[in-house]
Design a protein around this ligand. Sequence first.
Ligand code: FES
Length: 177
Amino acid sequence: MEIIKTITVHPTDYLTSQELADIDHEISLMETREAAGIEALKVVQSHRGWISDESLHVIAAYLKMSSAELEGVATFYNLIYRQPVGKYVIHLCNSVSCHLTGYQQVLHAIEQHLNIGYGQTTEDNRFTLLSNVCLGGCDKSPVMMIGKQHYEQLTPKKAVEIITALQNENQNVEVEL
Ligand code: FES
């Protein structure tokens, strides 16, 4: 059984004042501190890009729950990244409808274009490719999500065009949860 290490750093020394304020706000909306777990993870991820082990331990301590409990929450919610990700995270749906409508070809095109596979990030740290369960657009499959944006009725060509447009973009695209 994996032993989850404990931390010695105090949450208020690790989390920024903005992160603490945002987490406190989420706690104020819940009946218990622990219930704010997923929102607290989102807050820290929005500032740091992903949730490191240290972040997880600190957030758990601040919420007065165990790291194992919070890890369970993080694992259940697939938009919490437990490893560093690129600026753009591509979530490609691999559920049934998308499988039936060209998912494999879209995946292949993305992999070829970015030269990465699932779970990998491009060398320039701009794109990470992840699989995803149904994104709720089955009638318009295949579907992928980048940030908050859903892209539907994908073809290999369309998927590559969308990614190329992001590659050519100079401005940041916020990855909001
Ligand atoms: S199966 Fe892909 S969006 Fe539902």
